[in-house]
Design a protein around this ligand. Structure first.
Ligand code: SF4
Length: 247
């Protein structure tokens, strides 16, 4: 169970860690490799119990950034006070390499602790669609299915019967996909810029954010600006939550 600096949730929960998407700007891989060392990410691992170091302390990333199911973490939030939980901030739970059974176990754990809101994020929203078609994607009111999109051609999940959100982060180009006629905006939009020290980092223009905001205002969709936009946006800073996630 982790407190977090991520400003759009209260806590993170990582029953699965690791990811094979290989995004250049990935902060999670950097953290996992700092503690777990660099490895080839070709296998997945399924752990009933934590792997401990010589000091007896459980290793957070025993297989570095290789996809790993930490079953012993499934009940971490069961008796905790209700909060907004970002599930698998250190993984893509919906990557094609993740077995359906892992996803189902995570959903079962969510069902056992219904006092929380659960926020998922993926770069593979096609998996939401295939799970939904198989009737394996819960429609519970406290489940929020997010898609990370950095460029406007990337696919994103939207379906009226589910809570959906898009995390446009890091925003890498002007973004005018919010087609007002199509009426296919999710329930919430998060926007943030690239962080870290990469030399060729993309610094978004203020007008890119203005365009997104304008379309969201038109459609009454709340917008949450990540603190990475503070210098670009200035005041008043906008950090809105959809009704179901208000704190
Ligand atoms: S999808 Fe997320 S966790 Fe996976 S490599 Fe990309 S940034 Fe990292």
């Amino acid at each position: 169970m982790d407190k977090t600096k991520i400003d759009w949730c209260d806590s993170t929960w990582n029953p699965v860690t690791g990811c094979m998407h290989g995004c250049e700007y990935c902060y999670a891989r950097g953290i996992a490799e700092r503690f777990g060392g660099k490895q080839k990410y070709a296998n997945v691992f399924d752990l009933e119990e934590p792997i401990r170091g010589d000091d007896g302390i459980a290793k957070a990333y025993p297989h570095s950034f290789s996809p790993t199911f930490h079953r012993y973490r499934l009940n971490e939030y069961i008796n905790k006070q209700g909060r907004n939980i970002f599930v698998c901030s250190m993984a893509d739970l919906f990557g094609d390499w993740v077995p359906d059974s892992w996803v189902e176990e995570v959903f079962k754990a969510c069902e056992k602790a219904p006092q929380h809101n659960y926020l998922f994020l993926t770069k593979n929203p096609a998996r939401y669609i295939s799970l939904a078609r198989a009737e394996k994607l819960p429609k519970w009111k406290n489940m929020w299915y997010g898609s990370t999109i950095t460029n406007q051609d990337m696919p994103a999940f939207f379906a009226k019967e589910f809570n959906t959100f898009w995390s446009i982060e890091p925003i890498l180009e002007p973004f005018d996909r919010m087609d007002r006629e199509k009426k296919e905006l999710p329930d919430w939009i998060i926007v943030g810029s690239e962080t870290g020290r990469k030399k060729e980092k993309v610094i978004p223009k203020r007008e890119w954010i203005e365009n997104i905001l304008e379309d969201c205002r038109f459609r009454n969709v709340p917008v949450f600006m990540k603190s990475s936009l503070a210098d670009i946006w200035g005041e008043p800073f906008i950090q809105e939550f959809p009704k179901g996630l208000k704190r």
